[in-house]
Design a protein around this ligand. Structure first.
Ligand code: COA
Length: 337
């Protein structure tokens, strides 16, 4: 990273929202050929939350709730927000951006903002982007929210995928600090579009605009070759997490927590093992929420912070892997008491 930072970007607030409706593994036993035992042992998931139907709201509803939580718990008025970045692959619609809808819903009348599409790495990419706005010295309060209504693009007849995903939103407030020992320290972020064939949603974009045919061919749902993704996800996440530790002279003893994207407990365990990090220093809540795509990492941060498990000065390694491929790792020193 450049040394020309004017300020360091630090986390000064957090917020989250998960819907009330719980789908447990027993629910999936009724709709596809699966079992609670298979799901728990192959993925680590016990249940996930979803918005029941469109009447309950879309991704902007989830993101707005998380934004309101941030405002309330930090005692911030919406007019103070300079920018809103929403990481999502399930925007309410192609345009306007979900960030615009959140801005309007919370009354952030002085903000600009945009959506960022990087699938399961969305929060990391948005976090780095938000930090860059703060580091420039031009913006003082930036909201970064990961939000996905995965239930809107899941095929509930496909047992390979439907058991994996849930809906949620969570995020942080970023502000400048002159204390360079806290906040964002480093990031290694990557994309590789040659991975496009094994994890995607083909329909609805400019390549395959919606038609009766694209609907008949089931092109508006997630396609994933799970096995192929699994292999590269383990290697990608572990490699960059290890690299960022080496680059910053961190030993596993220095790291308070690994904060991994929650796609599969086995991928999380393999990443932690490669980094030499004990299981009790790995944030895990996949059992309760499944894979909520851009929301998993902030959801972990909010839960662990509110449970009193992280404190100011704790060194965290955030790591993710997702469609694209996209992947990366962030070294963050926690800045809230
Ligand atoms: N219940 C029961 N059996 C299932 C099942 C389910 N829900 N889903 C798949 N299976 C079956 C498969 O059909 C396959 O059967 P077969 O051998 O007769 O063909 C068998 O279980 C094993 O499938 P496999 O794909 O090898 O399982 P897996 O151990 O790799 O686990 C995933 C599947 C999807 C959980 C795993 O591959 C994974 O997590 N992939 C990565 C997901 C990810 O990280 N995505 C990135 C970002 S979103």
């Amino acid at each position: 990273m450049s040394n020309k930072k004017v300020f360091n970007a630090v986390v000064t607030g957090v917020g989250m929202y998960v819907p009330d409706t719980i789908l447990d593994n027993a629910y999936f036993e009724k709709i596809v050929d699966t079992s609670d035992e298979w799901i728990r042992t192959r993925t680590g998931i016990r249940e996930r939350r979803i918005l029941k139907d469109v009447k309950e709201g879309a991704t902007s509803f989830l993101a707005t709730k998380a934004a309101e939580d941030i405002l309330k718990t930090t005692n911030t008025s919406p007019e103070e927000i300079d920018a809103i970045i929403v990481a999502t692959v399930t925007p309410d619609m192609f345009f306007p951006a979900t960030a615009c809808l959140v801005q309007d819903n919370i009354g952030a009348k002085n903000a600009w903002g945009f959506d960022l599409s990087a699938a399961c790495s969305g929060f990391l990419f948005a976090f780095q982007t938000g930090c860059s706005l703060i580091e420039s010295g031009r913006y003082k309060k930036v909201m970064v929210i990961g939000a996905d209504k995965m239930s809107s693009i899941v095929d509930y007849k496909d047992r390979n995928n439907c058991i994996l995903f849930g809906d949620a939103a969570a995020g942080v407030l970023l502000e400048p600090s002159e204390d360079s020992s806290i906040g964002l320290q480093d990031s290694i972020l990557r994309v590789d579009g040659s991975g496009r064939e094994v994890l995607n949603m083909k329909g609805g974009g400019s390549l395959n605009p919606p038609t009766h045919e694209t609907v008949d061919k089931n092109m508006h749902v997630i396609y994933q070759d799970g096995k192929a993704v699994y292999k590269v996800a383990v290697k990608g996440m572990a490699d960059v997490s290890y690299e960022i530790m080496q680059k910053n002279n961190l030993t596993s003893d220095d790291v308070a927590y690994l904060v991994p994207h929650q796609a599969n407990l086995r991928i999380i365990d393999a990443t932690a093992e490669r980094m030499g990090i004990d299981r009790n220093k790995v944030m895990i809540n996949i059992d309760k929420f499944g894979n909520t795509t851009a929301a998993t990492i902030p959801l972990c941060l909010v839960e662990y912070y509110r449970d009193g498990k992280i404190k100011k000065g704790d060194k965290l390694i955030l790591a993710a892997f997702g469609a694209g491929f996209t992947w990366g790792s962030i070294y963050l020193v926690w800045s809230m008491d």
